[in-house]
Write a protein that binds this ligand. Structure first.
Ligand code: GLY
Length: 316
């Protein structure tokens, strides 16, 4: 197998610092000194590295699409993350979830917006890829889910209920995965419970091409303030830059610099056809990621430790 087709994947569990009760430390408070935050960080690290390892095996056994779906299902099931079970509660006390899947080689985007009471929104997004109309929202998405046998599921955890009752609202939190398989196919997926406390009917970036995109050259999943990700058309812009010949690292740097100029808050994970994996994050943001390149599992935790050692300010 050539280096270009070595299967690898990268996943994210949202952004740390804006994730409500989780506060990922930055240079202003070295993380080693924050035992409580560090303990929470370890929970996120363990969850993400476990899911990355599990999903990498699916990538080896099957393909990029299967691995992305597997990763997203596990992330949706994990109560730590704001997607599926553990989604944040909206302003009217309900959970509405959005998810999207994009298959690079087929140039096929499918998504579901503001669906309620299902366990795996990503599966609904994947099913919509078989339809003529590939993005469904709201009541019609709920009805479609029931017709297709998606069983009722309550995604509200006691922790999210308490958070909602105390009006402890964060800014965002989302999960995502991008995988490259042995055939060189790239697939990307994103799933979110939104920002918490939002106006019912709000549409996040996740199930748009601003938040999720894959092509034959690259794949990307975003996390952060959805409106800002949409304003920047972040994922689609990154894909166009790579299509037009820019290397992924440069495309990520440029896209993030543009967002920083507007003082935006978001992050992304990207993966290209050569197997290069990139984390992009605006000022003050840490993307909670884990990656698996076939040999090594890395996570945001390793990056934070390296920055603390080297004294660098902006995490990568
Ligand atoms: N990025 C997730 C959201 O804004 O809903």
């Amino acid at each position: 197998m050539s280096a270009a087709t070595t299967p690898r994947l990268i996943i994210h569990g949202g952004m740390g610092r804006l994730e409500g009760n989780l506060d990922i430390p930055h240079k202003e408070h070295a993380y080693a000194q924050h035992r409580q935050a560090t303990t929470r960080l370890e929970d996120f690290r363990d969850a993400l590295t476990g899911i990355a390892t599990d999903s990498h095996q699916v990538l080896l056994d099957e393909d990029a699409r299967a691995a992305v779906l597997h990763a997203l299902r596990l992330l949706e099931d994990h109560p730590l993350f704001n997607a599926g079970t553990g989604s944040r509660i909206q302003g009217d006390g309900k959970v509405r979830m959005s998810a999207a899947l994009m298959d690079g080689p087929r140039n096929l985007f499918s998504g579901v917006i503001n669906v309620e009471a299902i366990r795996h929104p990503i599966d609904l997004a994947a099913l919509l890829a078989t339809e003529e109309h590939t993005v469904l929202a709201g009541e019609q998405a709920n009805a479609y889910a029931r017709e297709r046998g998606f069983l009722p599921h309550d995604p509200i955890t006691p922790e999210r209920r308490t958070e909602y009752e105390k009006l402890v609202l964060g800014k965002t939190g989302t999960v995502g995965a991008v995988a490259l398989d042995g055939s060189g196919h790239i697939c990307a997926g994103t799933s979110t419970g939104g920002v918490g406390g939002e106006t019912p009917g709000r549409v996040s970036d996740a199930a748009t091409v601003a938040g999720t995109y894959a092509s034959e050259q690259m794949g990307v999943s975003c996390t952060g303030v959805g409106e800002q990700i949409v304003n920047q058309a972040a994922a689609a812009k990154l894909a166009t830059r790579v299509l037009d010949g820019m290397a992924l690292p440069e495309a990520v740097r440029k896209t993030i610099a543009e967002a920083d100029a507007l003082d935006y808050r978001f992050g992304l994970i990207g993966l290209d056809r050569q197997g290069g994996m990139e984390i992009g994050q605006t000022r003050g943001v840490n993307v909670l990621f884990a990656s698996h390149d076939g040999a090594t599992v890395r996570s945001f935790f390793d990056s934070l430790a390296e920055q603390t050692k080297s004294g660098t300010s902006q995490p990568r």
